[in-house]
Design a protein around this ligand. Structure first.
Ligand SMILES: [Zn+2]
Length: 252
């Protein structure tokens, strides 16, 4: 066997997909060829890196079950369409973000209260919006474009406003899924940081007794207005989130 014959087989050899004859021929060649042996080591390193848990985002325990349960409650097919398949698919991610998700998974293991579910979904939604290139579905600072975009996607009308003049430019919006219900997500920038504001009708989810929550480097701030619950999630300071809340509560 030559190098040209061996090289294309290495990946299959690592995955034990070759038949016995090809496998033995490849082994014979590898014994006498340093170049192909080095290539084999790279294949093996890549294979174990891909298998390492730190490279894959595992959806929080019970997420799929909760979503499916919620879907059974929902008769409206349009709700089905708002859930992207990557919700519970393995999502490759930068290793630096793995730590950010660790607590979110841990909280599911530690307890299963409604508050845990809401909080972990909020931060998971925020982190995922940053890491899978899914920050917004509608990207514009024009509030008059974002507001009607939500028509038919959620069954309530989120208040959409651009706060550029106050240091919170609107980036856009998307539909997210928090504790088994669709939520509107408005995305703002605060200096170099991203703030997700999740909105849904009050009384539909738990955690409404909470106000200020800090998890690791993330701050979460909840408020209510006009029958809607708002959760701002970001790594900016709690004071910044309170400024944003004031803008929502007293739009100019
Ligand atoms: Zn070779």
């Amino acid at each position: 066997m030559t190098c040209e014959q061996a090289q294309p087989l290495l990946s299959a050899y690592v995955d034990r997909e070759l038949d016995i004859t090809k496998s033995l021929e490849t082994e014979d060649h590898l014994r006498e060829c340093p170049r192909c042996s080095a290539a084999l080591q790279q294949h093996e390193a890549l294979r174990s890196a891909l298998n390492a848990a730190s490279l894959a985002f595992v959806a929080p325990t019970g997420l799929e079950r909760r979503v499916r349960k919620a879907l059974r409650r929902e008769a409206q097919p349009k709700v089905l369409l708002t859930i992207a398949p990557w919700r519970w698919a393995a999502v490759p991610m930068a290793a630096t973000l793995a730590a950010a998700l660790t607590w979110s998974v841990a909280i599911h293991r530690g307890g299963t209260t409604g508050e845990d579910v809401v909080l972990s979904d909020l931060v998971a939604g925020h982190v995922r919006s940053l890491m899978v290139d899914h920050l917004v579905d509608v990207a514009t600072s024009d509030q008059h474009t974002v507001k009607p975009w939500f028509n038919g996607k959620v069954d309530f009308a989120p208040p959409v406003a651009d706060f550029t003049a106050s240091g919170f430019p609107l980036v856009g919006g998307r539909v997210d899924y928090i504790a088994g219900r669709p939520a509107a997500a408005l995305v703002y920038r605060r200096r170099q940081h991203v703030v997700n504001v999740f909105i849904w009708p009050s009384g539909q989810q738990e955690a409404e007794a909470l106000r200020n929550v800090t998890f690791d480097t993330y701050h979460l701030l909840r408020w209510s207005a006009s029958g809607l619950t708002f959760w701002a999630v970001s790594d900016v300071s709690g004071a910044d989130l309170e400024s944003l809340e004031r803008l929502f509560q007293n739009p100019a």
